[in-house]
Design a protein around this ligand. Structure first.
Ligand code: NAD
Length: 491
């Protein structure tokens, strides 16, 4: 595939139609790998959000989606999954052009996203309440799960279609209508998703896309009185601001935020398997991954061998043109992010870490490319070991005992993912119980399944996505009580 000669232009998507923004302006996305414009997306404003919310609310109130059967909703979501696969090449190319990620990985993400639509399609038919038959002879009750209403979905730039697909199909499965705001850097695939939904007969107004900047578009969604819930994935700082804004009219918020995920490697671990997992965990998607294993805690007895083998294997990772099949790492999202990452590497050096590999820019004619970077002997309290770097930088922290490793692992404000490599199930179980994180991987990393819930402890988030209760997040629970026979007088 080649970089198209002309950038592709997208409007907002409101009430089932492509429509210009009120401002008439467009945001130009420059490919971070090729330094040329690849997309133009409409720059939305608060009044565009209002138009989208009106359309969403009308569709919700009409019952055209919310009141049909789970089986009917399920059929639409299954069709979407199939159509995403049919449009996979187009989606993957757009993702690569806007984000800089390798095309092969972008294609894999489309498949993963399609799997989420299928998972949600299955859950559509399994949304149950409870009944209570122990309230006495004259009373019986039930709980009903109902769609929460119009939801606002706000997504980041690192996995645009995938993260939209962690939210939208579950909201739609519940019967909600949605307004989604993708990142201003990577909006294209969310707009193609809107076309796909129309092709699959989702009624107009149920899914709307307003592109643009966090302020005003994201802000207006969080403030809007007719939005009942915000589901946000992004940075912890923006997540806190969103929670504060949403509090003004007490919306429900679900937040999927940053991480600083510790991978603990014990002396008895299978070295080959650890090295492979560490490479994937730290460098997949150029390390721009909330689940990145960006700090690896290694027990002293295995540490030298681990560093030697990891460095050897990491040298084989090709960084460069994301369209080439053998490129394992593509471009960094933009120069600001590149500078932030290099700043962390410098801070690590100043804190006393050893740079085993990389540490700088890859010199290329075009684009933002960084070297695969491994830092050893990183002090466990340094910024590179405790803050989210979001780049291809792996920090190795050495430890003596499992208790020490767990204490270091838990000593951050984050709690998204974590893991341990060991052949001793007692050690594995101890870590699984004591690590304060929403996911603990044992002898693996980055393995996700829609069947398992995903989310963070502490400042990594609020609420959970995926898993068997993913659709329930987008519902209200109502208690219904029947008084049977003649009601007993109270007074
Ligand atoms: P970001 O927080 O800067 O932006 C995320 C989204 O919020 C974008 O669409 C942005 O335009 C919007 N936004 C910005 N300011 C806003 C405001 N005031 N009100 C409403 N919306 C606003 O994040 P990013 O740089 O796009 O993504 C990287 C971050 O996302 C990292 O911290 C990463 O860890 C996190 N992330 C978390 C998960 C997870 O599942 N936990 C997954 C992927 C990424």
């Amino acid at each position: 595939m080649k970089v198209p000669e002309q950038p592709r232009q997208f409007n907002l998507w409101i009430n089932g139609n492509s429509t210009a923004s009120a401002s008439g302006r467009y945001i130009t996305r420059i490919s971070p790998a090729h330094d040329c414009p690849v997309t133009l997306v409409a720059e939305g404003a608060a009044e565009d959000v209002d138009r989208a919310v009106v359309a969403a609310k009308e569709s919700f109130d009409s019952g055209v989606w919310a009141s049909i059967s789970g089986a009917e909703r399920s059929a639409v979501l299954y069709a979407v999954a199939d159509r995403l696969i049919e449009r996979k090449d187009e989606l993957a190319l757009l993702e690569t052009l806007e984000s800089g990620k390798p095309l092969s990985q972008a294609g894999f993400e489309v498949e993963w996203a399609a799997g989420l639509w299928k998972h949600a399609a299955a859950l559509c038919r399994h949304l149950y309440g409870e009944s209570c038959n122990t309230l006495g002879a004259g009373t019986v009750s039930m709980t009903l799960r109902e769609p929460i209403g119009v939801v606002g979905l706000i997504t980041p730039w690192n996995f645009p279609l995938l993260i939209a697909s962690q939210k939208a199909p579950y909201a739609l499965a519940a019967g909600c209508s949605a307004v989604i705001k993708p990142s201003e850097l990577t909006s294209a695939t969310t707009l193609v998703l809107a076309e796909v939904l129309k092709e699959c007969d989702l009624p107009d107004g149920v899914f709307n896309v307003v592109t643009g900047y966090g302020s005003p578009v994201g802000q207006a969604l969080c403030e809007h009185k007719d939005i009942e819930m915000i589901s946000f994935t992004g940075s912890t700082n923006v997540g806190k601001a969103i929670a504060a804004t949403a509090a003004c009219n007490l919306k429900k918020v679900c937040l999927e935020l940053g991480g600083k995920n510790p991978m603990i490697v014990m002396d008895d671990a299978d070295l080959e398997s650890v090295v492979d997992a560490a490479r994937l965990g730290a460098f997949f998607n150029m390390g721009e991954c909330c689940n990145a294993s960006s700090r690896i805690l290694v027990q002293e007895g295995i540490a030298d061998r681990f560093v030697e083998q990891l460095t050897t294997f990491a040298e084989g990772l090709k960084v460069g043109e994301p369209m080439e099949e053998d490129s394992k790492l593509g471009a960094i999202i933009n120069e600001a992010q590149e500078q932030k990452i290099l700043g962390y590497v410098q801070a690590g050096r100043e804190a006393g870490a050893t740079v085993c590999m990389g540490g700088g820019k890859v010199e290329t004619e075009k684009g933002c490319f960084l070297e695969v970077t491994i830092l050893d002997h990183v002090p466990s309290d340094s910024s590179v070991a405790t803050e989210e770097v979001f780049g291809p930088v792996l920090s190795i922290v050495r430890f003596k005992t499992l208790d020490e490793a767990i204490a270091i692992a838990n000593r951050t404000d984050f709690g998204l993912s974590s893991g341990i490599f060991t052949n001793d199930y007692n050690q594995a179980m101890k870590a699984a119980r004591q690590l304060r994180a929403g996911t603990v991987w044992v002898n693996t990393w980055l393995e996700g399944h829609p069947e398992l819930s995903f989310g963070g402890y502490k400042q990594s988030g609020l609420g959970r996505e995926l898993g068997s209760r993913a659709v329930e997040e987008y519902t209200e629970e109502k208690s219904v009580l029947f008084s049977l026979g003649k009601r007993q007088p109270w007074w």
